[in-house]
Design a protein around this ligand. Sequence first.
Ligand code: B16
Ligand code: MG
Length: 218
Amino acid sequence: MITCCIFDLDGVIVDTAKYHYLAWAALARELGFEFTPEQGEATKGVSRMASLDIVLRAGGLEERFTPEEKERLAAEKNARYLEYIGRMTADEVLPGVLPFLQELKARGVKVVLGSASKNAGVILDRCGLRPLFDHIVDGTLVSKAKPDPEVFAKGAELADEAPAACVVFEDAAAGIEAATRAGMRSVGVGGSPLLCKATMQLPTFEGFTLEMLRNQID
Ligand code: B16
Ligand code: MG
């Protein structure tokens, strides 16, 4: 039986992808090229430095910078991103997420965050969600990016739950693969055909309940 739910953040709980994109696009413009929304898709669920490589490749600049310069560019992007997320409110929590998290808490199911973002804490605080999470595993705690299972394995370990009792909610194919490699079932959130390897798919959390989850997954 499912007794622990592990949530990705960006694309599952909030749509911060649009802020990541705006910050990367602004950096690209400074470097002299356009970074399109379609190119931005590839940065979803990917770590900050891997995202920077995707942006630089789009501009044909992948060989141009030293590791120190790349750190500076990533810091510049992050400063812009922090400006955006510093203005977030609870209204930006995706539809149906809050009632589902509240139901899990009320029914004694553990709620864990499993995100690649180093800014996850800021986002949870801005949206008032931190008290609903029993454990938070974010980009400050893991060294290997999804599809490596580290982030979810660590979440299960902190929650003291067996992988078989955990289900991962993810919007990125790399996250679904990470869940499978961690020995966990998964819910592909958002309806992308790229999530076909998930145990089940969920277009939106609106109207979704623990009973529906257990009926479809247990
Ligand atoms: P940061 P998730 C991921 O969050 C984002 O999807 C991805 O676009 C971003 O590059 C990554 O976090 C790192 O974020 O720069 O804030 O540390 O989907 O794993 O919740
Ligand atoms: Mg995500």
